[in-house]
Design a binder for this molecule. Structure first.
Ligand code: V47
Ligand code: SF4
Length: 369
């Protein structure tokens, strides 16, 4: 493969390509240079090395649904189209009974994961959510509960008056199995100040995930891109994750989330295009050399971009969803009612020449489709 180097005309990129081919870690400056100077075909070839090392030609999915307990929120992130005040006819808040009814609606279906995430409630504490988890486990003991962004966790633990460590320990006892990757946005403090100034700090987000990992609770990490951030901010974000992963090894997947511009106060920015999406997936796959999976979350990315992204480092599309999330449709995503059957997802993957595999939340293989 060193033959490839002959065809790279940009001399600054040759040593970087050499490092990627020989499996060496890139510095932040080298990651930045990829964003600035590498074209799409080269990024496709180079991210292919990292992708094959981690996941061969497999693309994973799971069978899951979401519960969004409320879209009322104490925060007001500028990019968010989802949160609504009490008085808005589009706001909702489910009771435990409402949410248990949603779970019962999936009786008899081969679902392995429930993903619970929503707005940040002012006074519900970890026991309120812990009892919900316990009741769900009683109904469906085998269901993996991946729940609550670090932002929700910070607030519910604070409301219970305990430390982060104690709060997470108690939630684990209630039945929390893992934590989704939301709320990370962009770690750079200068950008955070502009797009979500009131929200949990980056330091706290990282602390919550680190503490979870040390308690044996695995998690994911997201990055919101394509708004006012620049490439340096993206590399800084991924470097902070890479450093934490070196310490704990607790992240399963990295999920780049493209900023969607409908119905929020940053709409004037518009959205980045598909080439930027693919370049971003590829740099993430190359730079994050210690996170095993890169997810193209299909309700946000769209089915076609998700398909193309398999050739730019991604190996996961998330799951069947079953029309249970509104975060992206309210922000303008194409699929207003996101839902795919396992065989639709597996055809979507197989059409691209990759091999579809159904997984559980922690990436144990359930079945090859
Ligand atoms: O943190 C909100 C993002 C996230 C917009 O862990 C937006 O498997 C784009 O974290 N445009 C929540 N993004 C969703 C999330 C998630 C999704 C799928 C899988 C997993 C996982 C986690 O949604 C928020 C925020 O970054 N978001 N508004 C918007 N307008
Ligand atoms: Fe609330 Fe989350 Fe929306 Fe921010 S992104 S306003 S924390 S629901």
């Amino acid at each position: 493969m060193s033959e490839l180097l002959k065809y790279i005309s940009n001399n600054a990129l040759k040593p970087i390509a050499d490092k990627i081919i020989s499996g060496q870690r890139l510095t932040p400056e080298e990651g930045l240079l990829l964003y600035l100077e590498a074209d799409l075909p080269l990024l496709g070839i180079l991210s292919g090395f990292s992708r094959r090392k981690f996941n061969g030609n497999l693309v994973y999915f799971n069978c899951n649904f979401h519960i969004e307990p409320t879209n009322k929120c104490i925060y007001n992130c500028r990019f968010c189209s989802y949160h609504k005040p009490d008085s808005d006819p589009d706001s909702w808040e489910y009771s435990h009974e409402d949410m248990l009814d949603i779970v019962k609606g999936f009786d008899g279906k081969d679902i392995t994961e429930i993903h619970i995430v929503g707005g940040v409630h002012p006074f519900h504490d970890l026991h309120y959510y812990g009892h919900l988890i316990r009741k769900i486990k009683l109904l469906r003991p085998g269901l993996h509960i991946k729940a609550f962004s670090a932002i929700e966790l910070e607030q519910m633990i604070k409301n219970a008056g305990v430390t982060i460590e104690e709060g997470l320990r108690q939630l684990k006892e209630y039945g929390l199995d893992s934590i989704p990757g939301g709320g990370a946005e962009i770690f750079s403090e200068e950008v955070r100040l502009k797009i979500c100034p009131e929200k949990t700090t980056s330091e706290m987000w990282l602390k919550i995930h680190e503490t979870a990992h040390t308690l044996g609770i695995q998690s994911n990490a997201t990055m919101l891109y394509g708004h006012i951030e620049n490439f340096r901010h993206r590399i800084d974000h991924m470097e902070r994750l890479r450093n934490l992963q070196d310490k704990t090894g607790g992240f399963n997947a990295f999920i780049p989330l493209k900023y969607k511009s409908a119905n929020n106060t940053m709409s004037y920015l518009g959205e980045v295009g598909i080439v930027e999406d693919l370049r971003n997936y590829a740099v993430a796959r190359i730079f994050l050399d210690n996170i095993p999976h890169i997810k193209a979350y299909w309700p946000m990315a769209g089915r076609e971009t998700a398909q193309l992204s398999f050739s730019f480092g991604t190996d996961d599309v998330d799951g069947t969803i079953e029309d249970t999330t509104r975060i992206y449709s309210m922000a303008g995503a194409k699929d207003a009612n996101p839902s795919m059957t396992p065989s639709e997802i597996s055809s979507l993957i197989r059409e691209t020449g990759f091999v579809p595999v159904e997984r559980d939340t922690l990436y144990n293989i359930i079945r090859r489709w």
